[in-house]
Design a protein around this ligand. Structure first.
Ligand code: 9MR
Length: 762
């Protein structure tokens, strides 16, 4: 039987290609369907008489002998663009909306890439679609609005990157103007929004319902047998600015009985199911940390430890990799090469960045430190053997084994003695140009380069190495000492070079991570060095720093570029002899009060409401970091309302939000699962896995920098600026620094037992 049925037998009704740019596949597609006044931009899209002017890469032979364009695609290529079928010189008009249609099939089935883009670097994509092609064939339709006037855009079907050979056939390719833009409507399900994972028995229980009704409404809570077990009335909250919705809130905190399959009903709608219990946070405590092992660079990921996620070691100097055991600098930056193998890949890319690795490893070590210091802390839950690591069984708590993998990499990024800028730390190491998706780490063929040193990176090493010096002392005094030396050297080097800033334009092949204010990194590093050494130099620096007394609790939260808060939190919780220790503690409590007030005023209970009503890149990370401030305030004061603030923040992350979805893979009935990643790229290649359970998505980002989000989300209210699409790198990436507060908080919440554990520091 022919794998390519003749045109008359092709299946015309096509499924909705979910998660793909405006991918409304249509039935009954013919070239003649285009609007009368819409001009066809494609030359010879029907292949009735050959295939001129279509071109291909040299590894394809185009065949249009049966009225379609077919090609056998060889296996063994790496990048999507290693095999292309294209047409050039397509005119685009700025502001015009276009409809792009084609019929396509693949044998065996394959996800292809259909692009309309700039024909030269930087190959800006105006339409980027990932049609899931199947054997019988389907019609695909997409719309996009061109942001540019361009006489020579390119239509490109990028079909490389498959290990196995396959065959593609295309027909009826059409691009016409005067199209109606598709309006993207996210499927937000029932209007009653709950924490789809669950609530602690004695913790707060809040929900939100989207409704135009002005008056309070009755609500009912049902158990899994459908019996009403509690009821009450909603509280009308008016317009919620972060979503543009009118909402009421529901408080059902009095119901404390454990159970699964609860639902909440009001205004004629019923929530997704949820639990009341504790087990899910115990699971998340582990999953959020297990995330790091599969982000490891420089080592094979063992299939027996992570079924479905095993892969060869990436970047250990084995071709096609060009790193990381001996990595030169960018041209003109330095004369040496360094072994910077190991560490964690930052995110969905293969880059490794010190300022982001720094806050990540710090938050893991601080999760460990909290487990020792807080009265509710349960260190044994993160003991040796809990995370299924290659190091499990070495008598060291697994959380420290994982953190060490990154800390050792940070140490390698320090300039060796005898070289210019000795003691300073290279800002980052990554490919010399961007790679496409999917791409497993060991297949990355790009040249790896060290980028210039920066004061921020140097202070990140000073801070984390000072922290590592005390954290690892009971387990490996040599490693502790090595860190202490590196921290002191880094501090001295940063003090001598206090204003070496990373270049904001150094973003080809990796993120820039630029930051031209490093007073906060100085403050954080001084805090860690002081806590570890007690030395007067660091104490004097802290006391003289304006950041010691100013209000550091920004409404947007803290992150890799705003680290004074880390210093404050550490000084407030870890034993030290600063004279104004009580005042520092009080400042954390004051910060927590601010976030609590924001949360109480928020109809969705979110401790994040930037005054300009925009959400930042990685908003989920900022929200979780604000919750950490409340958690530390709970540890300091033992006052329940701070813990309740943390628990209510988790409700937002797990589904009490405008999109009615959880942002953690594997948690909640509807959850993010297509985070931007080159190796968890299941959405692009079904042979690859989705991100592991317990992976946080960055979440809504008002600036929607990626083309997929730009096509669908123009004008989005902050909470709606999100797509669970692998190509939406500005709203849906996964990163080591975003999972760190998730892990920290998962442990904090799991430590609260039923939600009523007695707080305070030991
Ligand atoms: O998380 C970073 C965010 O704060 C910045 O605004 C953004 C733009 O510079 O970059 C983010 O970091 C990305 C990095 O540049 C490259 N690796 C993936 C990171 C997460 O998207």
């Amino acid at each position: 039987m022919s794998p390519n049925p003749p045109a008359g037998r092709r299946r015309r009704a096509a499924p909705l290609a979910a998660g793909i740019v405006v991918a409304l596949a249509v039935s009954g597609l013919t070239g003649g369907n285009a609007q009368a006044d819409a001009v066809e931009q494609i030359v010879n899209g029907t292949f009735d008489d050959g295939h001129v002017p279509w071109w291909s890469t040299a590894n394809l032979t185009l065949d249009s002998s049966d009225g379609r364009l077919c090609a056998d695609v060889p296996g063994g290529t790496i990048n999507p663009w290693d095999a292309i079928i294209g047409q050039d010189d397509i005119a685009l008009q700025a502001g015009a909306t276009y409809e792009f249609r084609f019929f396509g099939s693949a044998t065996p089935g394959k996800v292809g890439k259909a692009l309309i883009q700039l024909p030269v670097a930087p190959y800006t994509q105006y339409l980027a679609a990932n049609p899931a092609l199947n054997v019988s064939g389907d019609s695909y339709r997409y719309t996009f609005t061109s942001p540019v006037d361009l006489p020579n855009a390119q239509v490109a079907f990028q079909i490389g990157g498959s290990t196995q050979p396959w065959r593609i056939c295309l027909d009826d390719i059409s691009l016409t103007g005067d199209a109606e833009p598709d309006v993207y409507e996210p499927d937000t399900g029932p209007r009653v929004r709950v924490n789809q994972v669950g609530y602690l028995p004695r913790g707060p229980k809040n929900a939100t319902v989207v409704t135009e009704v002005a008056e309070a409404l009755p609500w009912q809570l049902r158990n899994d047998a459908g019996t009403v077990v509690a009821s009450g009335t909603t509280q009308p909250r008016g317009l919620d600015e972060s979503s543009g919705q009118r909402v009421h809130s529901i408080d059902f905190g009095d119901h404390q009985k454990r159970g699964t399959g609860y639902t909440l009903t009001t205004d004629g709608d019923t929530s997704r199911p949820f639990d009341i219990g504790t087990g899910f946070y115990e699971q998340l405590r582990l999953d959020a940390l297990r995330f790091y092992y599969t982000q490891r660079s420089g080592v094979e990921i063992r299939e027996d430890l992570r079924p479905g996620y095993g892969r060869p070691a990436g970047h250990i100097g084995v071709a096609p990799n060009q790193g990381d055991v001996s990595v030169p600098c960018q041209p003109g930056v330095c004369e040496y090469s360094l072994d910077v193998s190991g560490g964690w890949y930052d995110a969905g890319d293969h880059g490794k960045y010190v300022v982001n690795g720094g806050i990540s490893v710090h938050q893991l070590m601080s999760e460990y430190e909290r487990s020792l210091l807080a009265r509710t802390g349960e260190l044994w839950k993160l003991r040796d053997g809990t995370l299924d690591l290659p190091e499990s069984g070495n008598w060291v708590p697994d959380i420290l084994d994982e953190a060490r993998w990154e800390q050792e990499f940070l140490l390698k990024m320090q300039v060796p003695a005898g070289q210019p800028y000795a003691g300073m730390v290279h800002h980052k190491i990554h490919d010399d140009s961007w790679t496409g998706l999917p791409l497993l780490p060991h297949l990355d063929p790009k040249r790896r380069e060290l980028h210039p040193v920066s004061t921020a990176a140097t202070l990140n090493l000073a801070a984390t190495a000072a922290q590592a010096a005390r954290v690892y002392l009971p387990y490996d005094w040599r490693f502790a000492l090595e860190n202490l030396r590196a921290a002191k050297t880094a501090w001295a080097a940063a003090t001598s070079n206090p204003a070496m800033y990373a270049d904001p334009n150094d973003g080809n092949g990796g993120g820039a991570y630029a930051d031209d204010n490093v007073t906060d990194e100085f403050y954080w590093a001084a805090a860690e060095l002081f806590i570890t050494t007690g030395a007067g130099e660091y104490r004097d620096f802290l006391l003289a720093s304006p950041l010691h007394t100013t209000d550091v609790w920004r409404d947007r939260g803290f992150d890799w570029g705003n680290t004074a808060q880390l210093g404050r939190l550490q000084l407030a919780t870890l034993p030290n002899r600063l004279p104004d220790r009580e005042r520092i503690r009080q400042s954390v409590v004051t910060g927590a009060d601010t976030y609590l007030a924001t949360m109480e005023a928020h109809p969705y209970g979110i401790p994040y409401a930037p005054t300009d009503n925009t959400y930042d890149w990685g908003s989920n990370n900022l929200i979780l970091n604000n919750a950490i401030v409340m958690a530390v305030a709970f540890d300091i004061t033992g006052t329940d309302r701070y813990r309740d603030g943390v628990l209510e923040t988790m409700d937002y992350i797990f589904g009490r939000n405008a999109l009615n979805q959880s942002y953690v893979t594997g948690y909640g009935e509807v959850a993010s699962e297509n985070q931007h990643s080159r190796w968890y790229a299941h959405q692009l290649n079904t042979d690859l896995p989705n991100p592991p359970r317990g992976t946080l998505s960055g979440g809504p980002n008002s600036s929607i920098q990626d083309p997929v989000a730009q096509q669908k989300l123009q004008g989005c209210a902050p909470q709606f600026c999100y797509l669970d699409d692998i190509e939406s790198w500005s709203t849906n990436e996964l990163t080591i620094n975003w999972n760190a507060p998730l892990a920290w908080l998962a442990a904090f919440v799991a430590d609260q037992d039923n939600g009523d554990a007695r707080g305070r520091l030991r």
